[in-house]
Design a protein around this ligand. Structure first.
Ligand SMILES: CC(C)(COP(=O)(O)OP(=O)(O)OC[C@H]1O[C@@H](n2cnc3c(N)ncnc32)[C@H](O)[C@@H]1OP(=O)(O)O)[C@@H](O)C(=O)NCCC(=O)NCCS
Length: 129
């Protein structure tokens, strides 16, 4: 399996499909993001992103989403593990965080819950290196 860095234009068409699963694949000028994909036989199979928190030593995982027909094949965990490795290789980065709608998925990847789930159902998770 490969995780390839892609232009935002590659992931943008999946925005509304991912939104149905409560995953936001968006980019704003104030929070630029690097986007990555795993490709399957018929194109994009999984998407994830990583953004640097301005002025901090943390990176935030964004938009982890696997197309339904590709779920349960290890793509989601492969993507997050690869993002962790990329983050560990970046100078000055000491942790990686995620706003999780699915905390069990991140807990399985050794992220710890930082705060209780908010009213929006999002749990803040962090993995310190
Ligand atoms: C969550 C998601 C990214 C997992 O991707 P995937 O490729 O199916 O996951 P994997 O095959 O790598 O499975 C990884 C582990 O997560 C667990 N897992 C997968 N989907 C899960 C779910 N919905 N809830 C809880 N655990 C889940 C698997 O059981 C597996 O655990 P194991 O390693 O102990 O067997 C995918 O189901 C998805 O896109 N869901 C909708 C969006 C979402 O929830 N994104 C995560 C944002 S927090």
């Amino acid at each position: 399996m490969d995780l390839m860095q892609v232009q935002y234009a590659v992931v943008k068409p999946f925005q509304s499909q991912a939104a149905k699963d409560r995953v936001s694949i968006t980019e704003t000028r104030s929070s630029p993001c690097r986007w990555y994909c795993v490709f399957g036989m018929d194109g994009v199979a999984g998407i994830c992103g990583m953004a640097r928190m301005l002025g901090s030593s943390r990176l935030r995982i964004r938009g982890v989403w696997v197309r339904r027909e590709y779920r349960g094949k290890g793509i989601g965990s492969f993507m997050v593990k690869t993002l962790i490795r990329l983050a560990q290789d970046e100078p000055g980065i000491s942790s990686i965080e995620a706003c999780a709608i699915n905390p069990k998925f991140y807990a399985g990847l050794k992220f710890k819950q930082v705060s209780p789930a908010g009213s929006n159902g999002v749990t803040f998770m962090r993995r310190v290196f």
